[in-house]
Structures are given as C-alpha cells and as structure tokens.
Ligand binder design. Structure first.
Ligand SMILES: N[C@@H](CCC(=O)N[C@@H](CS)C(=O)NCC(=O)O)C(=O)O
Length: 213
C-alpha cells in the first residue's frame, strides 16, 4: 500500500483529533469515511472493536486516537520543544480527565435520552466545573498554552466543541468561563478546523480513492 489508510467519521471527536495530528504533520493518507451504523467489513477485520479512527500502516494497525496522535508526534516531532516537562505532564493528566470524566458527563448531557434516569443539567454542570478549573490556565493567544498549538489543543477542543453543540444557547449565555469560550471560538474559526471538517462521500469497496490532507 502506498499511503496509510484512515477510517474516519467527520463529526467524531476522536477521529477529528487524529485528523488534526495527521494534518499538522502533513501525513498523506487514504481517507475512508464511514457510517457508524454500517461499518466496512475490512475495518472490522483489522479492528474488531469497531471504533473510529483506525489508522492502517504497512506494519501495524492503530485504533486508539491518542495512540495515532502519539505515533504522529513520534514520527514528525510536530510539537517538539514547545513545552516544559511540567506542562507535558499537565497535558497528559488533562487529556485523561477529558477522555474519562468530561466525556462521561458530556455523553449523559448531550444524549441524555439514551441514559435512563440521567439528570441532564447535573451532567452539564459537571462538565462546566471541569471547564471552570482550566479557565485560568488558558492563554490569551490562539492556543491553550500560547501561540503554538500543542497536543492538548487537538485532544480536548473537539470535546469542548461538542459540549457547546449540545446546547449552543446555554453555552454562549450561561457558561461563565469566558476564556474557555474565547479559546473555543478561536478554534471554531481556525483554518485547522476547516481543513479537517471536509465532507466526504461514504466509502465503499468501489469508491474512488480520497486523500487526506
Ligand atoms: N477510545 C477510542 C474511542 C473512539 C470512539 O468511541 N469513536 C466512536 C465515534 S465518536 C465510535 O467509533 N463508536 C462506535 C459506534 O458508535 O459504533 C479512541 O480514542 O479512538
């Protein structure tokens, strides 16, 4: 195979963060857009757990978004030298908090009807508390730590974006974390987001090849 294959789904926050890392490193892939209710057999053969993103390389399959990002960072050093060791550790802890606690409450807020007995506003408030905790660490520049984009940005921004999408009016009018809102707005207007949110036709065996970036 000439290029890595990426099984992806446009709106999936995990696939978004993987695409951002590949875009920043300019790693050309064959992109295969999937529908989660009709996953391609080949994707399930190489990764039976059935989640996107899946990156297929010559000698390995990576089917966890953070591992895709780590593979990209390792290969292309996209964020090298940007951060002190302390901030790198802070990054890993915060990504973990978002992947576990924030995402847990986000799902129960955004899709509350799928969770019996779930208290939508309680889960919204739990997400808002996490955002209030990072409020004072966010820079006034484009990205979390300053002018340079880092792993933390691509890892957590897709989830903050989803939190807003769950109820944009509430987010814009009631969320108190001003810096979080500004941080998200800068991302929503960024070229990077536009570049990774292209509409692709759903892939099947007969599709023409689509390359990303
Ligand atoms: N831990 C995985 C989570 C990926 C994930 O859950 N992706 C969702 C879409 S956003 C998915 O593929 N879900 C499978 C399904 O809905 O059938 C990662 O980081 O890559």
């Amino acid at each position: 195979m000439k290029y890595p294959i990426l099984y992806s789904f446009k709106r999936c926050p995990y696939a978004m963060r993987a695409r951002m890392s590949l875009m920043l490193a300019n790693i050309k892939c064959e992109l295969r857009e999937v529908r989660l209710n009709n996953k391609p057999n080949h994707m399930l053969e190489v990764s039976p757990k059935g989640t996107v993103p899946v990156l297929i390389l010559k000698d390995q399959v990576i089917d966890e978004s953070i591992e895709i990002i780590n593979w990209v960072i390792d290969k292309h050093k996209i964020f090298e030298g940007n951060l002190s060791e302390d901030l790198e550790e802070y990054t890993e802890n915060l990504i973990d908090l978002f992947d576990k606690k924030f995402k847990y409450h986000l799902d129960r807020y955004k899709y509350s009807s799928r969770y019996e007995g779930s208290n939508e506003s309680k889960h919204r408030d739990e997400c808002a508390i996490i955002l209030s905790e990072i409020e004072n660490t966010i820079s006034d520049h484009d990205w979390f730590f300053g002018e340079k984009i880092n792993k933390l940005d691509i890892a957590i921004l897709p989830f903050i974006r989803q939190f807003r999408i769950a109820n944009p009016n509430w987010f814009d009018q009631n969320l108190e974390s001003k810096k979080v809102k500004e941080y998200l707005n800068r991302f929503l207007e960024s070229d990077l987001l536009k570049d990774v949110m292209i509409n692709y036709k759903v892939w099947d065996e007969d599709s023409e090849l689509i390359y990303f970036p």
